[in-house]
Design a protein around this ligand. Structure first.
Ligand code: ADP
Length: 200
């Protein structure tokens, strides 16, 4: 793909409202915690759907620092066509003085959340996943502001897709209609910006 081909990259992104464990994709991303041993929210749903072998496997991974990612097999989810789970650990909003840093530009949590997306995409490429679905990392119990998170997610995924052939498709999997609206608004405002820029 030629660099900076934003339109083609945009066509490879979709937004859906679903339980991420039900999607027909090669890899799903899990918003895990540093232990990688399961938790609530999307993490709990993925562990329940993948079965106890996931917990057993993840014990051997030795945890994962915030902002990084590790891959595992999908275990029971393989029956649904999902081959890989990419576990990434999002930042807890406020943990790193984010509110104080907001007036300065990117906060520490912004940088860590961006890293979650980039590291997950790197792993998806490395395992050969043609399609990958992301939940809205850190926007649940970890309290990251939703619109701010969607801008970071979209910006970094789009940037990746303009430069890389894999994954071919990226799905932003929202758990509620309202969350999908946030993504749609972010993408539409960005799309308008790209349109204006192209005409300039
Ligand atoms: P975090 O601790 O990173 O904030 P949460 O699981 O609490 O993770 O929430 C992250 C996002 O995942 C929230 O938007 C939440 O609504 C959503 N979510 C929860 N369960 C699922 C699921 N089964 N599939 C997709 N998204 C989910």
């Amino acid at each position: 793909m030629p660099p900076n081909d934003h339109d083609a990259a945009l066509d490879r992104i979709e937004i859906t409202v679903a339980d991420i464990t039900t999607l027909a994709v090669d890899a799903i991303v899990n918003a895990a915690n540093e232990s990688l041993l399961g938790g609530g929210g999307v993490d709990g749903a993925i562990h329940r759907a993948a079965g106890p072998r996931l917990l057993e496997h993840n014990r051997s991974l030795g945890g994962c620092p915030t902002g990084l990612a590790k891959a595992s097999p999908a275990f029971d989810l393989e029956a649904r066509g999902i081959r890989h789970i990419i576990h990434t650990v999002g930042p807890i909003w406020g943990d790193a003085h984010d509110d104080e840093a907001m007036s300065l530009g990117n906060t520490p949590s912004d940088v860590l959340l961006a890293s979650c997306y980039t590291r997950s995409l790197e792993l998806a490429r490395d395992v050969g996943a043609a399609s990958v679905a992301f939940p809205a990392i850190s926007t649940g119990v970890y309290r990251f502001p939703k619109e701010r998170a969607a801008k970071i997610a979209f910006g970094h995924v789009l940037g990746w897709l303009t430069q890389a052939d894999l994954p071919q498709r990226v799905t932003f999997c929202c758990f509620a209609d309202a969350d999908a609206q946030v993504y749609k608004q972010v993408i539409e405002s960005r799309g308008q910006w790209m349109f204006n820029r192209k005409r300039a």
